[in-house]
Design a protein around this ligand. Sequence first.
Ligand SMILES: *Cc1c(COP(=O)(O)O)cnc(C)c1O
Length: 432
Amino acid sequence: MVTTSFKTTKSEEIFAAAQKIMPGGVSSPVRAFKSVGGQPIVFDHVKGAYIWDVDGNEYIDYVGTWGPAICGHAHPEVIKALHEALEKGTSFGAPSVLENVLAEMVIDAVPSIEMVRFVNSGTEACMAVLRLMRAFTGREKVIKFEGCYHGHADMFLVKAGSGVATLGLPDSPGVPKSATNSTLTAPYNDLEAVKALFAENPGEIAGVILEPVVGNAGFITPDAGFLEGLRVITQENGALLVFDEVMTGFRIAYGGAQEKFGITPDLTTLGKIIGGGLPVGAYGGRQDIMSMVAPAGPMYQAGTLSGNPLAMTAGIKTLELLQKPGTYEYLEQITKKLSDGLLQIAKDAGHAVCGGHISAMFGLFFTGGPVHNYEDAKKSDTAKFGRFHRGMLERGVYLAPSQFEAGFTSFAHTEADIDRTLAAAKEVLSTI
Ligand SMILES: *Cc1c(COP(=O)(O)O)cnc(C)c1O
């Protein structure tokens, strides 16, 4: 944790080479550190709550490969299960009992899910769920919220969160108007705006999709009554309610945000944690709706690697680990300590901040707030966030390189890790 010894020479060399052969030097935009300045560090290996870069620096990690690593990286039991699965082959392209096991676990856990289809990413899950919303209702329009991210499919690249928000990009070139004509948007936490859209488009809206707790515009929680209101409005209008729980599933609670808030959507998308660090996604919901999916029904959706035995194995083991008594109590305890500590230290140092946490998800905005939606989030001092990020990195704490991404803890994080993180924050926040 000594700033002067912080060297990233090898990372810089590798990243310089990467930029010549891959756009921006990365395989996914936010990784490039564009919004926080400096260069990304290049990882060598990860274990538990820690990551090590190619220069040998160690960091406490609060990104957790963007959500999946809720058990900590490379958990020994997940690795052991993967070794055993590997011996049986890496891909079947045919049914395996592993799919039944993970499907049962997901159905038991997530209140809205009676049947599930596995895919390979959260993006794929959201693309498929949109097709299903349209197929089931016979309507084309869909409502999404500003700052919410549902993957990079054309139809969702309208006022999207995550990398789109981080880089301040306009809606992406290459997306045809015809793909987004049917995408309506409203500010998060604004029921009146949703009601107005339904009134303006009678009988045309297939449904509403949202992050029940937002993690892709920074961390934003639903106001009291917002999720309930959406449930009522969609029902009144014969439209579907879809929770995109790719991030919140098995993180906000074992049964996701829908368990935590007691609101049951019609359909749900999952990803991240259910793949235990391997590429996975899933969508599921009411049996009558899911029965429309091919080959049970006419809505086509397929995948060469879907239900991949390694991804299923890592997911099963991860969910088993999460089922151990006390897991979510512990996640809440350490995340509260971290989040409350950061807010207090920042305020004591005279910064205007707001933020919070739910279970193993947290966020800190450099604005006095309150933050109810993406417009509020954009009032954050992103330059200051960049200095905070850099200072923490130099002191061995790896935060998401964007003001507009939530932070994640795992049950591998110890109280001592949180104490070290807060000590680093105290130093950094007194100097930026
Ligand atoms: C990460 C994420 C996605 C996209 O998942 P990928 O696996 O990156 O395609 C979709 N929705 C939400 C809420 C996410 O957090």
